[in-house]
Design a protein around this ligand. Structure first.
Ligand SMILES: Cc1cc2nc3c(=O)[nH]c(=O)nc-3n(C[C@H](O)[C@H](O)[C@H](O)COP(=O)(O)OP(=O)(O)OC[C@H]3O[C@@H](n4cnc5c(N)ncnc54)[C@H](O)[C@@H]3O)c2cc1C
Ligand code: FES
Length: 261
């Protein structure tokens, strides 16, 4: 974990409430793994007091990190007003990311803003296994929400499958249904890595359990410290006593280790 003062070098407004920020942060970029996150200090004063967590979207070039941010409240609204050239106080990379290992073929599943960390993961998987065909399943409510999130996955090696709730892009329906239709009846295992809304992850975990596919999921929660100090992100461990912290033991967990509600 590092604290680094980076600099905002690019700011793209992708929709009316989603922005892509690119920061020079060479120390964090050099050691970040897909699924890890940074805690970003928003204000120069004590408002808002707490840093905010954001997944690393990708590390373009050697010395920068990119975040994709949806404006939902005070802190993200302040971020939306930042200008290029501004310094930023970052802590990261934090948490445990996705495991990139064989032997089963990989498959990525993302829903809504949960797609953010999967581009970094797709790139790393294809770097490590250059001959692999990588199925990537992306779902969202509508084409509007999905278009810019799917940007970047048009890479050689990626087979892209898309579903929207309203049918405005790709298949009409849930991304987990599309995954089951495409691969559920095929022989052989898949190693699934996923990030998205809780109901999507829960039904994906059930599907993977039924098909005996290993599955890792990235969980989200409100985080106050991001470093295991405040206990605000504690969740009960399954089959063991005590608590796991989403910020340090996760955010990526084996789906079988999550006590699904
Ligand atoms: C590991 C991790 C990675 C994340 N990655 C991204 C990312 O890549 N892009 C992105 O846009 N957001 C991401 N988030 C969520 C992001 O941290 C919050 O949206 C942000 O902190 C909200 O700050 P705010 O001050 O604007 O909102 P606040 O004013 O603090 O809250 C506004 C509303 O958002 C809700 N909220 C705040 N934090 C979360 C959260 N973590 N999960 C669900 N609801 C929340 C609050 O309950 C409230 O209803 C991530 C969160 C975690 C824990
Ligand atoms: S956010 Fe403080 S312990 Fe996890």
């Amino acid at each position: 974990m590092l604290r680094e003062i980076g600099r905002l070098i690019r700011r793209d407004l992708l929709t009316e409430d989603i922005l892509r920020l690119t920061f020079i942060a060479p120390k964090i970029a050099a050691v970040a793994d897909p699924g890890q996150f940074v805690m970003l200090r928003i204000g120069k004063s004590h408002d808002p007091l707490l840093r905010r967590p954001f997944s690393i979207h990708q590390t373009p070039g050697d010395n920068s990190i990119q975040l994709l941010i949806k404006v939902v409240g005070k802190g993200t609204q302040m971020l939306a007003e930042w200008s290029v050239g501004q310094d930023v106080d970052l802590v990261g990379p934090l948490g445990k990311g996705f495991r990139i290992e064989g032997p089963e073929p990989f498959c990525l599943v993302g829903g809504g803003m949960g797609i953010v960390p999967l581009l970094f993961l797709a790139k790393k998987v294809l770097q490590k296994f250059p001959l692999l065909r990588l199925p990537v399943f992306l779902g969202a409510r509508s084409a509007n929400e999905l278009n810019f999130l799917a940007e970047g996955f048009n890479e050689p090696g990626v087979d892209l499958y898309i579903a929207t709730d309203d049918g405005s892009l790709g298949s009409h329906g849930l991304i987990t249904e599309l995954l089951a239709n495409q691969f559920g009846a095929k022989p052989g295992g898949l190693r699934v890595a996923a990030c998205g809304p809780y109901p999507m992850l829960k039904s994906l975990a059930a599907l993977c359990r039924r098909l005996d596919w290993p599955c890792e999921v990235s969980l989200e929660t409100v985080m106050a410290c991001g470093i295991g100090a405040c206990l605000g992100c504690a969740v009960p461990k399954i089959n063991q006593k005590g608590y796991a912290h989403i910020c340090t033991d996760g955010p990526v967990f084996d789906a079988e280790d999550v006590r699904w509600r």
